[in-house]
Design a protein around this ligand. Structure first.
Ligand SMILES: [Zn+2]
Length: 262
């Protein structure tokens, strides 16, 4: 990012998503809960507890009250019908599993876990077409494989409807198999965007990638397309890492975009 754009949009960025004292970028790691008439769906499952993450200190051996907070939001593990992982990075599939009697087992016993086949292939150690990012060390083994072994995985390809108004679309770039969820309800639209963007500065300039984007050119192209969608359809943008209130409304401004937290 460049300082001139930050200065131009100072009122948008501070204090919402840049710390006024340190100038550090403010992020969050959270799960979205979607409740429809038919299903309770979780989107991304954060980092998980008790997991060895030697290459990602932020998530190493956590002991957080995630399930208590989920219960406080009205969701018990057995209530969850679907878990959608936008991708399989360390901070998006941790609570897929929990440690029970020394084994990693699915946290949500009745849920189908949905992710893309392309994403599975990217992280499958048996598939050597893709480099394995060091940051994800251990994730496939303790957070993905146990889901497959429990026959709770549903791998999807291309566009996939969870329900009539809940449509998963491929959004490659951040990772090979990243997916997003478009939602429509009572005339309102929303976009669960995963890590197609990490920070609101990327709304202002969609060509700015994070250091974690595996395929930068494709990532930028995907991001711009999604910002155009949000602006044209007035879709509420709900990424995985925006700080409170976690969602923004996007408007086109010239060739770029601006936003308002909502
Ligand atoms: Zn992430």
């Amino acid at each position: 990012m460049t300082q001139d754009v930050v200065e131009e949009h100072r009122d948008l960025l501070y204090p919402f998503c840049i710390n006024s004292v340190t100038n550090g970028l403010k992020l969050s790691i959270h799960t979205w809960i979607v409740k429809t008439a038919h299903h309770t769906i979780l989107i991304d499952t954060c980092c998980g507890n008790h997991k060895d993450r030697p290459t990602f200190e932020l998530a190493h051996q956590l002991n957080t009250p995630y399930l208590d907070k989920l219960a406080a939001a009205g969701v018990r593990p057995e209530d969850v019908d679907m878990v959608m992982c936008t991708h399989l990075h360390v901070d998006h599939c941790g609570w897929n599993t929990q440690l029970k009697d020394g084994r990693w087992v699915p946290t949500f016993p009745k849920a189908k876990y949905i992710f893309s086949k392309a994403e599975f292939d990217q992280w499958n150690p048996a598939d050597d077409r893709f480099p394995k990012a060091e940051i994800n060390t251990g994730v496939f083994e303790d957070s993905v494989l146990p889901i497959i072994q429990a026959s709770q995985a549903q791998m999807i390809e291309g566009i996939h409807a969870l329900e009539d108004s809940l449509i998963i679309e491929p959004a490659p770039g951040h990772t090979n198999g990243s997916i997003v969820l478009k939602i429509e309800s009572k005339g309102e639209r929303g976009l669960f965007a995963g890590d197609t963007l990490h920070h609101a500065t990327q709304v202002l300039r969609p060509e700015w990638n994070s250091g974690f984007c595996t395929f930068p050119d494709q990532s930028a192209q995907t991001r711009r397309g999604l910002m155009e969608h949000c602006a044209e359809k007035n879709a509420l943008l709900m990424p995985a890492h925006f700080p409170p209130p976690h969602a923004v409304r996007v408007r086109a401004k010239g060739n770029n975009f601006v936003f308002s937290p909502e």
